[in-house]
Design a protein around this ligand. Structure first.
Ligand code: ADP
Ligand code: MG
Length: 851
């Protein structure tokens, strides 16, 4: 039994218990190590809260749940699993006797699914609430709603070392209690410039510098995960020997004794290599220096699949501040950050709560199964509407929700499986097709990181020749897993099979867990047991889980995949799927700018789409204009979400739809594609001019031209037909004989001149009187200029010299003859003596110049 040291929280326990008793809820903020986790739950128990049921203490991490339970039992001199216990995934140390039970968030949520009103629970303590996981947010909202309805007696305590407490307190309608703590100043050191060395070398370097400077206590090093901790441990060994230090590790995969060793005060100074569990959930006494890699392993939610994977990412400034603070517990401390000040300053202040960025499929399925509308559920912070809609959409496609948003039988089964609905769907489909075991393994592999080390690194090496060809990258992964498992999953076999040990073991455990859950149905006969399994069953199962990720090669042999519903991607060079025309893409890298790279795909046969999703397959017949052949075709297609599964084309017969499509194409091409554009323009201008003088005369406008084109398309099938039919003729016919005759009178196309064998064209232009241009000599014999518009409008005459330059522009030929011709004539005679320049142009016959 550990000595029960006095802790800062002890003086406030009475008040805490009182507040919970009176209001039923409390938000408690106190520095790490103050005693929140280990003192508040037993205090509630002792105050009688546990008489009506368990006090559930919810932790974001397994490690924290286990350690806290052990510590509390130990301090009370009780057996773990007696009055104090814990339950985490794959490890249950609780009994019917247990009154204070430390659980992970996942465990609480599974309990909500089975027993929504939490019978047998008297209080829910949400610890480390600032981490704001999706499950913690759900737990808070759920508990608050229960308190407002069926469970008025349910007590809620929210605890954290670093929480903006007031909003949570006002959400719960309770008090926010701050227990003052004492922290000492911590000097923070950043790198001058980024260090390119491996992380473990950087850690060893920092520890050496601290040791050389002289240490009066322990060093706490923050690293992202077990692998980094193992490597750093090796790198620190020589320094530890030289400076008489112990090197210990703290992470979730260690045996309890080792975890305790990391926390316990030892005979010598320690270097503790820890994950972010030591940030606020586990306090280590005696730390005077912190080395911070600035990294953590965090859940990343793939926008592509909605599945989450653990990835190494930079921590926020808030996390970095907490980490540094761990050095100032007993006295002034120092924190060495293995990154630059600039790096620090460009990080986000806080991490966005998961509910604002995660896939919400599991959450929505759970709420729907309990009859709640997720959009109306009283969350502390509402999830974004688009994410809710996306989740509802996916669940509908997976067959988990019916059209009214109610969970189907399949949806209820999926909810019972401890995996994302996509993964559960894969497992159930494989089982239904006679492959429960391999299906569960396949599903588990889908939910975990890639186990094959080579496939992780060879993403982009373009070394295609190295990889075999096959129907599915997932089957390749499954086969690698099965091969290693049949050799026993020892570290040596895994090494020789080039598999990641942690990922492989995680997959094996997840597979076993899935199978256990599924066996309940298998035995109840709800899922037919193995009939006759084969590879196809597994491929169909993959499709069942990713119905929204189906694509087709742009063409045979191409790496480019066009997705149903839009978008495109490129198969990674490492993919074994080289032949299949249709694929389902289950893992993509879309974080690079530009192309979406498909890391893992699986072949799909169009028949499977028809079989699984008949409501999404459409048999369509569409008239389409083929710009190459310039004709309308009938395209008959079988489509899945707009993606052509099968297509045939043939020339269209004349008909209403053909004409409509042709007319649209013709209008887009413009009238000039079907007639002499200049002739058309002349007709437009002539009718415009003529109608000014006879408003009853119809005009030819862009509108009438379009109408004529549409009319032309009637009964036609291609542009050739339209060209043959002549747009101009149609327009003229539209005007009619009478109008054409009037048009020719009012706005003749040309005017006869005495000196020209053919008529001279009359130019009609907008905002300008009509004009004609011809040699001066052509006008000899005319006493006055020609007129149009029923003699109302004199033509503007451009009178040209033999060099074709205008000598005069006029509407008054008579005046010109009188006033200007005599003098111009002299000039012309001088310059063009071989031409005939009569004295009286009115009577002279225009003689051709003699040569
Ligand atoms: P809080 O939750 O407020 O951060 P805890 O209740 O976890 O505080 O811890 C209170 C004190 O008990 C701390 O000083 C911590 O170091 C100590 N402590 C907690 N668990 C252990 C353990 N397993 N071994 C040794 N000391 C522990
Ligand atoms: Mg705590």
């Amino acid at each position: 039994m550990a000595a029960r040291a006095q802790l800062p929280i002890d003086a406030h326990l009475a008040r805490i218990v009182e507040a919970v008793r009176e209001v039923g809820a409390l938000v408690l903020v106190a520095e790490p190590g103050a005693g929140k986790t280990t003192r508040v739950p037993p205090a509630l128990m002792e105050a009688g809260f546990a008489e009506r049921g368990e006090v559930l203490v919810v932790q974001p991490r397994r490690l924290a749940a286990r350690m806290a339970a052990r510590r509390v039992a130990d301090e009370r001199g009780e057996r773990l699993g007696g009055r104090v216990g814990y339950t985490v995934r794959f490890d249950d140390r609780s009994s019917a006797e247990t009154r204070v039970c430390f659980v992970t968030e996942g465990i609480l949520v599974r309990r909500l699914i089975d027993e929504p009103e939490l019978p047998g629970v008297s209080a829910v303590v949400l610890d480390e609430f600032h981490e704001r996981s999706l499950q913690a947010d759900l737990s808070l909202a759920w508990a608050a709603r229960l308190r407002a309805s069926a469970r008025e007696d349910l007590a809620i305590v929210v605890m954290s070392a670093t929480l903006d407490a007031d909003p949570v307190a006002s959400f719960l309608g309770c008090e926010a209690l701050h227990v003052p703590g004492r922290t000492h100043p911590v000097a923070i050191e950043h790198l001058e410039r980024p260090d390119e060395r491996r992380l473990e070398e950087q850690v060893a370097g920092a520890v050496r510098r601290l040791a050389v400077r002289g240490l009066v206590g322990d060093v706490l090093v923050f690293l992202p995960g077990a692998g980094e901790i193992r490597r750093a441990r090796e790198a620190c060994e020589p320094i530890a020997r030289a400076h008489d230090l112990d090197v210990v590790a703290l992470h979730g995969d260690l045996p309890p004794a080792e975890q305790d060793r990391a926390v316990r005060q030892g005979p010598r100074r320690k270097v503790i290599l820890s994950t972010n569990v030591a940030e606020t959930s586990v306090t280590i006494e005696g730390v005077v220096a912190v080395v911070d890699s600035g990294l953590a392993r965090v859940a990343r939610h793939s926008p592509w699949t909605g599945l989450s994977t653990l990835e190494v990412a930079k921590v926020s400034r808030a996390s970095a501040a907490q980490r540094a603070g761990r050095a100032g517990r007993t006295g002034p401390g120092v924190c060495v950050r293995l990154y630059t000040k600039h790096d620090h300053e460009t990080r986000p202040a806080h991490d966005a709560p998961e509910i604002a960025r995660a896939d919400l499929s599991e959450l929505v399925l759970l709420l729907r199964a309990q009859g709640h509308d997720p959009a109306a559920f009283p969350f502390f912070e509402a999830p974004p509407r688009p994410a809710l809609d996306a989740a509802e959409g996916l669940l509908g496609r997976l067959g988990a929700l019916d059209e009214g948003g109610r969970p189907t039988e399949l949806g209820r089964r999926l909810l019972k499986l401890p995996v994302h609905p996509r993964i559960g769907r894969v497992a159930l489909e494989a089982a239904a097709r006679g492959e429960p075991e391999r299906g569960a393994a396949l599903a588990a592999l889908l939910g975990e990181r890639e186990i094959r080390l080579a496939a992780r690194t060879r993403l982009d090496d373009g070394a295609r020749g190295l990889h075999e060809s096959g129907p599915s990258d997932l089957l390749a992964r499954l086969e690698a897993f099965e091969a290693a498992e049949s050799d026993g999953l020892s570290p040596r076999t895994l090494r020789s099979h080039h598999l990641d040990p942690a990922a492989t073991h995680a997959a094996a455990r997840a597979r076993d867990q899935l199978l256990r859950h599924m066996h309940r149905y298998l035995h109840r006969g709800q899922v037919p047991m193995q009939v006759e399994g084969d590879e196809e069953a597994l491929l169909v199962a993959v499709l069942a889980g990713f119905p929204d990720r189906v694509g087709r090669r742009r063409e045979a042999g191409s790496d480019e995949i066009v997705f149903a519903g839009g978008g495109a991607g490129k198969l990674a060079p490492s993919s074994v799927v080289r032949d299949a025309m249709f694929v389902v893409a289950v893992d993509v890298d879309d974080r690079r700018r530009g192309a979406t790279v498909i890391r893992a795909a699986s072949a799909v046969e169009p028949e499977w789409l028809l079989e699984l999703f008949p409501e999404r397959v459409r048999d369509s017949e569409e008239h389409r204009f083929d710009p190459k052949q310039e004709r309308v075709e009938v395209v008959r297609a079988l489509t899945y979400d707009g993606l052509a599964l099968d297509e045939s084309r043939s020339a269209a017969e004349p008909g209403e739809e053909t004409s409509r499509v042709l007319a649209r194409a013709a209008l887009a091409a413009g009238p000039e594609a079907f007639c002499d554009a200049e002739a058309l323009e002349r007709l437009v201008r002539r009718t415009a001019f003529a109608s000014e003088h006879d408003p009853s005369l119809p005009t030819v406008t862009q509108e009438t031209i379009r109408e004529a084109l549409v009319k032309l398309a009637d009964g036609a099938t291609g542009f050739g037909d339209l060209r043959r039919a002549s747009l101009l003729d149609v327009l003229r016919a539209e005007l009619g004989g009478d109008a054409l005759a009037r048009l020719d009178r009012l706005a003749p196309e040309e005017v006869r001149l005495p000196g020209r064998p053919k008529g001279a064209p009359i130019h009609y232009e907008p905002d300008r009187p009509p004009w004609v241009e011809s040699r001066l000599q052509d006008f000899f014999g005319l006493t006055d200029g020609p007129r149009v518009a029923g003699d109302r409008v004199p033509l503007v005459l451009h009178l040209l010299a033999p060099n074709m330059r205008a000598v005069q522009v006029t509407t008054d030929l008579a005046g010109f003859w009188d006033r200007h011709y005599p003098s111009i004539r002299k000039e012309l005679m001088r310059r063009y003596p071989r031409h005939h320049w009569p004295e009286d142009p009115r009577t002279a016959s225009p003689r051709r110049p003699s040569r």
